[in-house]
Ligand binder design. Structure first.
Ligand code: ATP
Ligand code: MG
Length: 422
């Protein structure tokens, strides 16, 4: 029997990896531009971490986690998101106490969901987190980072939706009112909503079931329960976004799927990816560090789905830095084989960014040129017996930039350097 990949877990082939490398390079540059340092974390954490961070009655923990016991009997999970691990590491290494910390993180995350376009069981996130800054300027900063990323990737057409969840205090008052309201309409709610009514009523608000949605229309709105400080925080976030010219829409229904949010929550949404339109989502989580046993430290950040980002780049046909070879060296004959081997290494030494393939495995000139063309290279360098004897190389454009011409071997570097702007 042929062994196949696990459902919902995808391979990225070399032909498709240019977009991934481009995203990583641009993202790393953007995050550095805002002073964020990269944190690299294990893929596996203790299950307890996610139960406590994400919340025991969330979809993610209740239904989507890959949890298992290791051989020593430890209860472990593949991480379903990155923030919990970032906070765990921050506490463990003592880098969150009494200081500001700007970090980013990336890698695979795992959720047992129904696979479809834009929704997978292994997917990848880019994560940005700012700790120890309680003021709304940090909320504005992380949103601006995403906006800067769209700009540098050449993406457009997002809607930024924002909302505030206020403090735990206002949420508790609102929650009580919400439970009372939903309990009055219990019979009309769908099964999931009935179950969540008492455990996690806020989640009922973003139900996709029409009958439940109709009831939710009349539910008490959190915005009406906010205290003055929460309103001031939210106003300052909006003012900061206005100052940067970042357009947004306040969406009072936006509550997010994870339990740890306070104050600002936001999503960058596109209508170009069908049902899976949220590319980036985040918010403030002032209680999370303490909840995980750390010092009282505020946090704000976002998680971005790289697969959805790359799908959108495809839809908008944005330009991606190519990783195809630029030069392919063809070689025929004993002397030419050695000269080409040496030339390839000289060129790679001189131009660290040059992408050069040296023909290997022999073949006629015709078959080598065919490989050269298929590699995507812009130029073939051809060395046969005649060129080897003359100390020269034929430079052949593979993309219709004029006829092949001989070039002394000592001039090849200069010729390629100027043609390829190396
Ligand atoms: P959704 O509502 O689409 O399920 P979510 O609220 O569960 O998203 P988050 O936990 O906020 O998502 O994760 C951040 C981002 O990761 C999402 O905005 C999305 O771009 C991406 N993402 C989430 N789940 C998946 C998945 N199963 N496959 C691919 N990308 C995903
Ligand atoms: Mg989800």
């Amino acid at each position: 029997m042929k062994i196949q990949s696990v459902r919902g877990m995808n391979d990225v082939l070399p032909a498709d990896s240019a977009a991934w490398q481009h995203v990583h390079a641009v993202a790393a540059q953007v995050f550095a531009a805002y002073g964020y340092g990269e944190l690299r974390l294990p893929v596996v954490e203790r299950t307890e971490l996610f139960k406590r961070a994400v919340g025991e009655v969330t979809d993610v923990v209740e239904k989507e986690m890959y949890s298992f016991e290791d051989r020593g009997g430890e209860a472990l999970s593949l991480r379903p998101e990155l923030t919990a691990g970032v906070v765990r590491a921050g506490i463990e290494h003592g880098i969150l106490f009494n200081q500001q910390q700007r970090v980013w993180c990336t890698g695979p995350v795992f959720r047992y969901e129904r696979p479809q376009a834009g929704r997978y069981r292994q997917f990848h996130q880019l994560d940005v987190e700012a700790f120890g800054i309680a003021t709304p300027d940090a909320d504005v900063e992380v949103i601006a980072i995403a906006a800067q990323l769209w700009k540098r990737l050449g993406l457009s057409g997002f809607e930024l939706q924002i909302n505030t969840l206020g403090t735990p205090g206002c949420r508790a008052t609102h929650r009580a009112a919400l439970i009372a309201y939903l309990a009055q309409h219990e019979a009309g709610l769908d099964e999931d909503a009935q179950r969540r009514l008492h455990s996690n009523p806020l989640r009922v608000l973003d139900s996709k079931v029409p009958a439940t949605q109709a009831i939710v229309e009349g539910a008490p709105k959190l915005l009406d329960y906010l205290d003055d400080a929460s309103i001031a925080h939210f106003d300052a976030v909006k003012a900061g976004l206005d100052a940067l010219g970042i357009a947004f829409r306040v969406n009072p229904r936006l509550v997010r799927g994870l339990d740890y949010y306070t104050h600002t929550v936001f999503e960058w949404v596109t209508d170009q990816l069908g049902a899976q339109g949220t590319v980036c989502a985040g918010g403030r989580y002032d209680g999370l560090v303490e909840q995980l046993g750390g010092p009282k430290t505020t946090g704000v950040g976002f998680g971005l789905g790289i697969e959805r980002l790359i799908l959108l780049m495809g839809v908008q046909q944005v330009a991606v830095t190519s990783n195809a070879p630029q030069v392919y060296i063809c070689r025929m004959g004993a002397a030419a084989e050695v000269q080409a081997l040496q030339l390839a290494e000289v060129l790679r030494d001189q131009f660290p960014t040059l992408r050069l393939v040296l023909n290997a495995g022999g073949g006629s000139l015709k078959s080598q040129l065919k490989r050269a063309d298929q590699s995507g290279a812009r130029y073939a360098l051809v060395i046969g017996d005649d060129e080897a004897a003359a100390g020269s190389v034929q430079v052949k454009s593979l993309r219709g930039e004029g006829d092949a011409f001989p070039c002394p071997r000592s001039d090849v570097a200069a010729e390629l350097g100027s043609r390829l702007a190396l």
